[in-house]
Write a protein that binds this ligand. Structure first.
Ligand SMILES: Cc1cc2nc3c(=O)[nH]c(=O)nc-3n(C[C@H](O)[C@H](O)[C@H](O)COP(=O)(O)O)c2cc1C
Length: 193
């Protein structure tokens, strides 16, 4: 039913794709952000619980609200990115499931388990976001260098949503990009038993 993607697609998704920290001054249309989430949301999560919540910061006013919570190294590059996505997760995801879906039990009164499931599955959804962005011809710059509590207070106050990581999106400027970091050889991080 499916076939192997061609080499150009593998290059665009992973083999040649890089993390970007500098950006061309080129707008990302809202329609493309909607298409991005239409792709990303189809990636699998446990019991289809879909805990990720995404906030796209696109206006300079929205990015200014983020600015004080960024680490110094991430600050200016994020202000110059066309879009910064906050990848968050809903700690009460089990109460907010897609329409038509039956309730998922086992989480009420077990907030540790709910938090673990929310973090794990929103991280997966964040990875789907990065790959979906690359599939649509965008570049991504994920970041954990920020104050989560500050971002949560600024953008998610009074809700059950917490920030997981940030991801700049746009069209990367590869000028001055650092060399590709090394990766493990198969035997260094994997076994086939
Ligand atoms: C969850 C996550 C958090 C990251 N946090 C930061 C960050 O705060 N600042 C930064 O400059 N890069 C950050 N990075 C970028 C990584 O260093 C980069 O993706 C990695 O070195 C691989 O680079 P490559 O995609 O160019 O091979 C982060 C990446 C991920 C996935």
């Amino acid at each position: 039913m499916t076939t192997r993607l061609d080499d150009a697609a593998l290059d665009q998704l992973l083999l040649q794709a890089r993390t970007h920290r500098a950006w061309q001054p080129r707008e990302v249309p809202d329609g493309l952000l909607k298409e991005l989430l239409d792709l990303m949301k189809m990636g699998p999560t446990a019991s289809n619980t879909l805990p990720a919540r995404i906030v796209f910061l696109k206006s300079s006013a929205a990015k200014q609200r983020l600015k004080p919570h960024l680490s110094e190294g991430n600050r200016e590059r994020t202000m110059k990115a066309p879009v910064c996505a906050i990848v968050g997760y809903d700690l009460k995801f089990y109460e907010h499931l897609p329409k038509g879906m039956s309730p998922v039990g086992g989480f009420d009164g077990n907030s540790d388990l709910a938090a673990t499931v929310a973090l794990r599955n929103s991280s997966l959804q964040g990875a789907y976001l990065i790959l979906a962005a690359r599939a649509l011809g965008l570049d991504a710059g994920p970041m954990s260098g920020f104050d989560n509590a500050g971002v949560d207070n600024e953008f998610f106050a009074g809700t059950d949503v917490r920030s997981n990581f940030l991801c700049n999106l746009g069209y990367g400027d590869p000028t001055g990009m650092r060399p590709r970091g090394p990766r493990f050889a198969f035997d260094e991080f994997a076994q086939i038993l």
